[in-house]
Design a protein around this ligand. Structure first.
Ligand code: ARG
Length: 281
């Protein structure tokens, strides 16, 4: 009778980074002049110079990781345009355009659509339904997760599914601090995610548990510094430096955290992911 070999001690899987192409917008005109989410306080304002410095460090981090970064020109009078994630959803070379919920940001939709058309994306859909791009649509290998409840309409989930030919799963957000899906959840590359359960309705939490039994769960303290607004390339995770517990958990799962400080942009309710639109060929 053969003897079973001794079990290897359980090891953390090696993670592989894939080179990404990101679109970003320098926050030259950044300001907090209106409040469309609970993070924004026009009376307190924000410092555009400091925002630019922090944003430059984020861009440098992507470049140091080997990613390609393209830039769209900022437009005066659009202080939130730095949040490029909201500009579109680009999958398989097709771009599903944004249609913003609030009038203060509405002009950003066409601006991002024009950039995409001028930079090799022939198929850009001007959407019929309200949606804020990758703020509420997060792309995994087999499915696109889509948030609703504050900004993006469910009808847009269906519109995106039809246009992109990818299954879209609706998730309901219930906490106004986490008004976009990308403030509460991020893809870890491949088909896993990290998320803060408290941001979701009971039914959506059950859906997440069923789809992602091995998900990395984050607590309220990490969520409250926008730690879930992170960007993973499969191995490296660009994440707010204040999300200390989450950073430790990610390390334990074999990921390489790359902490950044975007505290000035957080005054508008945004973190690293908000500043980053992924262009998927
Ligand atoms: N002030 C912006 C807004 O409320 C912040 C957008 C943050 N972007 C994001 N992808 N979560 O629309």
């Amino acid at each position: 009778m053969s003897v079973m070999p001794a079990m290897e001690p359980s090891t953390v899987p090696a993670r592989t980074a894939l080179r990404r192409h990101y679109l970003m917008c320098r926050p030259e005109h950044f300001a907090v002049t209106y409040a469309i989410n609970p993070w924004m306080d026009p009376a307190a304002g924000a410092d555009a110079g400091r925002a630019v410095e922090q944003w430059e460090a984020l861009r440098a981090a992507y470049v140091a990781l080997g990613h390609e970064v393209s830039l769209i020109d900022p437009i005066a009078g659009l202080p939130d345009m730095v949040f490029a994630a909201n500009g579109a959803l680009v999958v398989g070379g097709r771009a599903y355009g944004a249609r913003f919920r609030y009038p203060q940001r509405r002009a950003e939709g066409p601006a991002y659509a024009d950039w995409l058309r001028g930079n090799g994306f022939a198929e850009v859909l001007e959407p019929e339904h309200t949606n804020e791009g990758e703020g509420d649509f997060l792309t995994l290998d087999h499915v696109i997760l889509a948030g609703t409840g504050f900004r993006t309409d469910i009808a847009a989930h269906q519109e995106a599914q039809e246009f992109l030919g990818r299954p879209v799963v609706t998730l309901r957000l219930v906490d106004p601090r986490f008004y976009h899906l990308d403030t509460a959840l991020f893809p870890l590359g491949g088909d896993n995610v990290a998320y803060y359960p408290g941001a979701f309705s009971p039914g959506s939490r059950a859906v997440l548990e069923r789809l992602f039994p091995d998900a990395v769960l984050a607590g309220e303290r990490d969520a409250a510094v926008l730690g879930l607004n992170a960007v993973c390339d499969g191995r490296n995770v660009v994440v707010d430096a204040g999300a200390v517990e989450l950073i430790g958990t990610l390390r334990g799962h074999g990921y390489e955290p790359v902490p950044v400080d975007l505290s000035e942009l957080r005054k508008a309710g945004g973190g690293p992911k908000c500043c980053t639109l992924e262009l998927r060929p």
